[in-house]
Ligand binder design. Structure first.
Ligand SMILES: Cc1cc2nc3c(=O)[nH]c(=O)nc-3n(C[C@H](O)[C@H](O)[C@H](O)COP(=O)(O)OP(=O)(O)OC[C@H]3O[C@@H](n4cnc5c(N)ncnc54)[C@H](O)[C@@H]3O)c2cc1C
Length: 310
């Protein structure tokens, strides 16, 4: 990383933050200092940066809004790349049919901005995403959604940079999208997406979204730092119900606590460490397995465990 410091400093159109705590970049508010955070200012700079880190073998990870990740506690010797400056501006209507509209959106655009745009333009198809933090890129990777549907339902194509640095357009039917995973090619960096939405009435959209937000506020510990649901729901069962039935609500390791309001959420009560959250997750997995014979699968991506490195 020291040698790479010089290369990074010589690159243009790059915002660099040295030693930034990951706690500042994640909704969990957990994580120690990272070697460097790089924010390319345009697509060209992003491509240059990726080519350099790949050829130099620099460990790196892409994050969007940091709302589905748990970062390590200690100093983390990686380069964190954020794409919101390189791909955070595009948000436009592209086809203007009678009932169907295509929306092109950059990966770095906040999901909440996209939702506001859809209300403004009177377009339906994204209501399942109301209240989900993060960026469009993260939502595409995670196939974010709720019981009502996911972003894959509206997806037409994704523009990405593949492992070799080439720009590719991948269509929805080429992707094995599943529950909380779009199945994008390995190590792809999402640049943007095209979504197909339907025209509707603004009042109808606002009403549906307000109802969803009300339900979220009633059932989720919004307001505490978290990463949303920690585990995926096993087929046909709610992970939260299993954790609740196992008597784990309110269990606390350090400042990491199984939420009393929603058992599938771990909240940070103040100074929770990644080690507390991991120990709590392992404990929850163990208890649920011994009580019900069901192995919980993590939805939150634990950084530093290898597989999220690009
Ligand atoms: C309060 C709260 C509520 C939530 N509710 C929901 C919910 O109802 N439904 C739901 O599905 N999720 C929910 N989540 C989880 C989270 O918000 C979603 O998974 C979100 O889509 C993640 O987006 P992000 O930009 O924050 O991604 P990040 O957390 O930054 O990244 C997630 C993954 O995507 C990768 N990634 C991000 N951007 C890119 C890119 N441009 N190219 C390549 N890889 C990329 C990262 O490497 C990482 O592996 C919630 C989280 C919180 C904190």
């Amino acid at each position: 990383m020291q040698a790479f410091r010089k290369i990074l400093k010589e690159m243009t159109d790059l915002e660099l933050l040295w030693g930034e705590p990951m706690a500042n970049l994640t909704s969990f508010r957990i994580g120690g200092p990272v070697a460097c955070v790089a924010r390319p200012l345009g697509e060209y700079a992003l491509r240059e940066l990726l080519a350099a880190v790949r050829s130099e073998g620099i460990p790196h990870v892409i994050i969007g809004g940091g709302s589905n990740v748990l970062a390590p506690d200690g100093p983390w010797h990686v380069l964190v790349i954020q794409v919101f400056r390189a791909a955070g501006k595009m948000l436009k209507l592209c086809a203007d049919g009678a009932q169907i509209r295509l929306v092109h959106v950059g990966a770095g655009v906040k999901l909440s901005t996209l939702l506001r745009f859809s209300v403004c333009e009177e377009l339906e198809g994204l209501e399942a995403l109301v209240g989900i933090p993060g960026t469009v890129g993260g939502a595409v990777v995670m196939n974010a959604g709720s019981r009502e549907g996911s972003i894959a339902d509206a997806l037409v194509w994704v523009d990405l940079l593949d492992e070799s640095g080439g720009k590719r357009r991948v269509f929805r039917d080429e992707l094995p999208a599943g529950y909380r995973n779009m199945g994008l090619p390995e190590n792809a960096v999402v640049l943007g997406a095209c979504l197909e939405l339907r025209t509707t009435k603004r009042a109808f959209l606002k009403e549906r979204m307000a109802k969803t937000m009300k339900q979220r506020r009633q059932s989720q510990p919004i307001g505490f730092p978290s990463a949303g649901c920690i585990f995926k729901n096993p087929p046909g069962i709610s992970a939260g119900a299993l954790i609740d039935q196992a008597g784990l609500k309110g269990l606390r390791f350090g400042d990491a606590e199984v939420s009393m309001r929603h058992a599938n959420w771990i909240i940070n009560r103040g100074k929770a460490r990644a080690a507390d959250v991991v120990a709590l997750m392992e404990h929850m997995e163990g208890v649920v397995f011994s009580r019900f014979g069901i192995q919980l699968e993590r939805e939150v991506r634990v950084l530093g465990e290898g597989k999220t490195f690009h």
